[in-house]
Write a protein that binds this ligand. Sequence first.
Ligand code: PLP
Length: 364
Amino acid sequence: MSSAEGLKFTIHPHPNATPAARRAELMADPAFGRVATDHMVVVKYKDGVGWHDAEVLPRGPITLDPSAAVLHYAQEIFEGMKAFRTKDGGAAIFRPEANARRFRASAERMAMPQIPEELFLEAVNQLVRADRDWIPEGENASLYIRPFMFANDAFLGVKPASEYLFMVIASPVGAYFSAGAVTVWVSETYTRAAPGGTGAAKCGGNYAASLLAQAEAKAQGCDQVVFLDAVKHTDVEEMGGMNVFFVFEDGSLVTPPLSGTILPGITRDSVITLAREKGLTVREEAYSIEQWLADARSGRMTEAFACGTAAAISPIGVVKTREGEARIGSGTAAGQITGALRTALVDTQRGRSADAHGWVSQVF
Ligand SMILES: *Cc1c(COP(=O)(O)O)cnc(C)c1O
């Protein structure tokens, strides 16, 4: 038992935890998010009671009333973070306080109760400790952690719910994309987020709205979709699950500004800091798709990359639109600056370089 904000976690260890040999088999080459660990965290919320009944439980199905509000009105938010094995056999999480803060901001936008940051962090740490044997070793491997919260009122009226479940689950993962550069499709049919909407909140509904655009990208032979702004349909925003950076021949970088329609990525923020430390200029400014095609074709743009927790930093090799396509740099591999930023990020996450910003939080 331990406490956060006075709340004690009751720990119910899995009675039939996955045997070590089976676990090793599952962890050898896990597809993203397919392999479940043995435990989950559940914390309940009810208006008038607050946060209560914090538990670490054997992972398993949960029961919902068919009128549970989340199933009808999509009041749901989530986070994505990673625990890494450190050299000494311990485990560390990258910038968990930033996830806790963003979770509160997402909750506010979705009219949900705000979980205290200490409780969020304690819940994540409890799960990582319970599932400590599930944190894989290996260069691209980590334990992906998924905190989430949803409305659990059994009531069909449209209003903010009065009951919620906060849960944390985890999954050992390898590399998100296979090596090499991704190809991106710029959707001119669909947008992800409009001013005043929920684009800056990490809510499930944003993903529901992006899936058809992602399918369109696949149909065009691309790996990922890029969204444009919903007003002018000219400016590049993000990729629906990753933020985007452009690198120019003078060594400067551009990334779209946090205008309220872009998800404020923690990887994005980390990349800006790391790039500036390397003496590179980073501009947060609007950048149009027309300019992207022109700069890629003229060679003024030398590199482009996408970034997010799941994939870290992935080079973008080719950008395609209805009008045509353009190759960026070699079109196949990470350029020099993309590679250097990736190394700097990954080395910090894995405790191989000095943690100058206090970004690494040791769990055990
Ligand atoms: C989570 C997410 C990102 C990346 O954020 P990180 O904190 O870097 O993982 C980018 N865009 C969207 C829409 C996201 O949901």
